[in-house]
Design a protein around this ligand. Structure first.
Ligand code: UD1
Ligand code: CA
Length: 480
């Protein structure tokens, strides 16, 4: 094996007690993906011969989340001996015994580092010939991190954890990012010697730094130019910080690609989203998971789209949508709720206070106001009257409704599924459609209206209504 081979060890076995969560810490998401998934995909961008991910707490859940199918990625189980040092030790045992390259150690809870930064760390390590090179950062508030203790000549001497630090050491603002490159041979030589003489009784990987120095080996540190990349997530406050930093990055990336983001502070875009140039994102908008937005579309304000596809020049306002497809130039909202399986054709409209589910609404068809459309297919050029409910559920099973091309339905209809309204048909206001309507027919369900003359005057004498009626009967609208 060549000397320049790289093995990557990712530490993800901890519980993350400070999160106070039933979800393992490394599975908490930012930018739509678990913390550890960010670390793994960064690792994937480096040319590593081996990737080992160490798991223990909620082992199966974590293992499932990190399995990206790569043959070189192997999960390693940590035993009951706690500590980052032990985690690395068990990972080393799962590398070929003669592996003589470099070992890059990454923390599953340090999600913001990019592959280029790690590549620089590795390059600096190889150029200096040090036995270990760690990534450090000068944190405005170093509380909670291990501190980098340097000797009088400025070289790295050891790392001391917050809980074990003296007052002087705690005042050091250079922190250990939890990311290191080791020469495999030197790491192997010292990892077994790491003890538990610390406040947590754990085997700290950080002790290897001091052991290497004591053995006369050279240890180097690269200070991250921007301390934010070294942010470690131990609690929910840091989780929100990391999510914010990642989001700022994603928003800026899309701005550089030609997307107008009116209010970056209230716009959240998952890493997995795709936007075209000349998309406009208005304030208070979340674009999540596999959402794709085509050029010229305007999304927001106050809109959440999860796994949605939005066509060119569509407008989506104050809308909540999941697994919905919105056609080119279509208009959605304000106050629309698109549930999974919604498909709106080009130039279509899903308007105000409309809920749709598993519904295919054809090109140029409109559902403009106050309606529910579920388990339905609407043809092209149709108009569904205000206040229409598709009664798709009989209490036991869901049934489908079909509405043909260029249908015009009246206001306040109920379509009792299964039912079909043929092409070009009309329905009157207030129709409860229980029977199929043939193409071109007008369906009416209208009992003749009965007016009982003078009822208000007789039955509600002295009321404002009776007085108004009396004035109207006397022929004048004005007060006398
Ligand atoms: C660790 C470092 C600290 C550094 C900080 C950077 C040690 C002893 N301390 O502290 O110097 O400033 O990271 O963020 O390494 N893990 C395991 N097995 C274990 C324990 C932890 O795999 O037995 C994993 C965790 O899941 C986590 C990572 O290692 O992903 C770091 O563990 P954590 O407990 O968060 O260490 P810190 O206290 O943050
Ligand atoms: Ca941590």
């Amino acid at each position: 094996m060549t000397d320049t081979q790289l093995a990557i060890v990712i530490l993800a076995a901890g519980q993350g007690t400070r999160m106070k969560s039933s979800l393992p810490k490394v599975l908490h998401p930012i930018g739509g993906r678990p913390l550890v998934a960010h670390v793994i995909s960064t690792a994937r961008d480096l040319d590593a011969a081996y990737v080992r991910v160490v798991v223990r707490h909620e082992r199966d859940r974590v293992a499932e989340a990190i399995d990206d199918g790569g043959a070189d990625l192997q999960i390693v189980d940590q035993d009951e001996i706690p500590g980052t040092g032990r985690a690395v030790e068990v990972a080393l045992q799962q590398l070929p015994g003669d592996f003589g390259g470099d070992v890059l150690v990454l923390s599953g809870d340090v999600p913001l580092l990019e592959a280029s930064e790690l590549a620089e760390l590795i390059a600096a390590h190889r150029a200096s010939g040090a036995a270990a090179t760690l990534l450090s950062a000068r944190m405005p508030d170093p509380t909670g991190y291990g501190r980098v203790v340097r000797a009088a000549d400025g070289t790295v001497e050891r790392i001391v954890e917050q809980k074990d630090a003296s007052a002087d050491e705690a005042a050091i603002d250079e922190i250990n990012a939890g990311v290191y490159v080791f020469r495999a041979a030197q790491l192997r030589a010292h990892i077994g010697a790491v003890g538990t003489a610390n406040s947590q009784g754990e085997r700290y990987l950080t002790d290897v730094i001091g052991l290497l120095r004591a053995a006369g080996d050279q240890v180097a540190a690269t200070v991250a130019p921007d301390p934010r990349v070294a942010l470690g997530v131990n609690d929910r406050i840091q989780l929100a910080e990391a999510a914010r930093i990642l989001n700022d990055r994603i928003v800026r990336r899309w701005q550089r690609e030609g997307v107008t983001v009116m209010d970056p502070a209230t716009t959240w875009i998952d890493e997995t989203v795709t936007l075209a140039p000349d998309v406009t994102v208005r304030p208070n908008t979340q674009l999540l998971r596999a959402t794709v937005v085509a050029t010229g579309a305007v999304i927001g304000p106050d809109t959440t789209l999860t796994d949605c596809e939005v066509g060119e020049h569509a407008r989506v306002t104050r809308t909540d949508g999941t697994l919905a497809v919105i056609g080119a130039r279509a208009s959605v909202g304000p106050f629309a709720y698109l549930r999974p399986g919604t498909y709106l054709g080009a130039d279509g409209k899903i308007g105000t206070f409309v809920e749709t589910k598993n519904a295919r609404i054809g090109d140029a068809s409109k559902v403009p106001h106050l309606s529910y459309v579920g388990d339905a297919e609407v043809g092209v050029g149709a108009n569904i009257g205000a206040g229409t409910i598709v009664a798709n559920y009989d209490g036991v099973a869901k049934h489908r409704t079909e509405v043909g091309d260029h249908v015009r339905t009246g206001s306040h209809n109920v379509f009792v599924a299964p039912v079909r309204i043929g092409d070009g048909a009309y329905t009157g206001a207030g129709t409860v459609v229980r029977k199929d309507v043939p193409p071109g027919a007008l369906a009416l369900l209208a009992a003749p209206q009965r007016n009982i003359e003078g009822w208000v005057g007789r039955s509600r004498p002295g009321t404002a209504a009776a007085e108004a009626a009396e004035r109207a009967e006397q022929g004048g609208q004005e007060e006398d």
